[in-house]
Design a protein around this ligand. Structure first.
Ligand code: ATP
Length: 259
């Protein structure tokens, strides 16, 4: 069951976060909260500071200044507690090339010190028939689904997904949205970055726009859109009742095409 927006309990609190790389200020004093049980999107142009911000919250990068709490733990004094409560997507390079998906799940379970059945984890992401396949032999959508499965191994309270649908076809993208919603509906908070505004609009409960190291707006997609419309904004061209993506989905169907 999806309990947003009934609960607005912050699970991540970022205050005055600054990150300098040498003389260059990538993040210039941002503050925001992520609520428990929501899908929260960080949006903004290339180089805005989204990945830097995420990686600091994930404890993978050091901040220059500011404070962060994750699920009640302070990032400076309780790094290990935070690591135990979050799931982070690995870059592809992190997957041992000679192991199949089942073996990788067993390996990661061991690293996390939990006992997870590979079948159960692969079922969550509709990859049971690929249990014996190697990561490198998966399609783009399957790779993303597998990497999302690995974020769930330690039963995290929050998962972080950095552009999880980049490069995917429209069906694979919609299937991934369903998967992300299911994860949220089961009580896991999801923090996501994306460059696809249609995706953020349908998937995210709230979004923050990041630009030049600042947060320039934070709200629900609906509220942002209503506000723009009420300011008198109108799209130049009358949009047709369907678009080419609708044609694609209508012609090719919605099922898990690539397994
Ligand atoms: P994208 O949408 O392209 O992924 P982003 O919003 O995630 O962009 P970041 O990757 O956080 O942006 O980068 C923010 C700025 O910090 C960029 O100008 C980038 O060049 C710079 N930057 C990132 N990592 C480093 C680093 N290790 N050393 C120096 N500069 C860095």
């Amino acid at each position: 069951m999806h309990f947003y927006p009934m609960t607005k309990q912050p699970i991540i609190t970022v205050k005055d976060l600054v990150k300098n790389y040498g003389d260059f200020a990538a993040v210039k004093g941002i503050s925001f909260e992520v609520y428990e049980g929501e899908i929260f999107g960080l949006l903004g142009p290339n180089g805005a500071g989204k990945t830097t911000t995420l990686e600091i919250i994930e404890t993978l990068r050091q901040k220059t200044s500011g404070s962060i709490t994750v699920d009640g733990f302070d990032i400076e004094s309780d790094t290990d507690s935070i690591k135990k409560r979050i799931g982070v997507q690995l870059q592809a390079a992190g997957y041992y090339p000679n192991l199949n998906l089942s073996e990788l799940i067993v390996l990661f379970s061991g690293l996390y010190g939990v006992d997870k059945s590979p079948t159960e984890m692969l079922e969550k992401v509709a990859l049971t028939d690929k249990a014996k396949a190697k990561y490198k032999d998966l399609s783009g959508g399957q790779k993303q689904r597998f990497s999302i499965a690995t974020t769930l191994i330690n039963n995290p309270r929050i998962i972080f997904l950095d552009e999880p649908t980049t490069g995917l076809d429209p069906q694979a993208r919609r299937n991934l949205w369903d998967l992300i919603r299911e994860i949220r509906d089961q009580g896991t908070t999801v923090v996501i970055t994306t460059h696809y505004m249609d995706e953020a609009e349908v998937l995210c409960d709230r979004v923050a726009f990041v630009d030049g190291g600042y947060i320039i707006g934070i709200d629900t997609p609906d509220h942002f859109i209503d506000e723009l419309v009420s300011s008198g904004f109108e799209r130049k061209k009358q949009v047709k009742l369907a678009n080419l993506e609708d044609v694609f989905i209508n012609l090719t169907g919605k099922e898990w095409r690539e397994g």
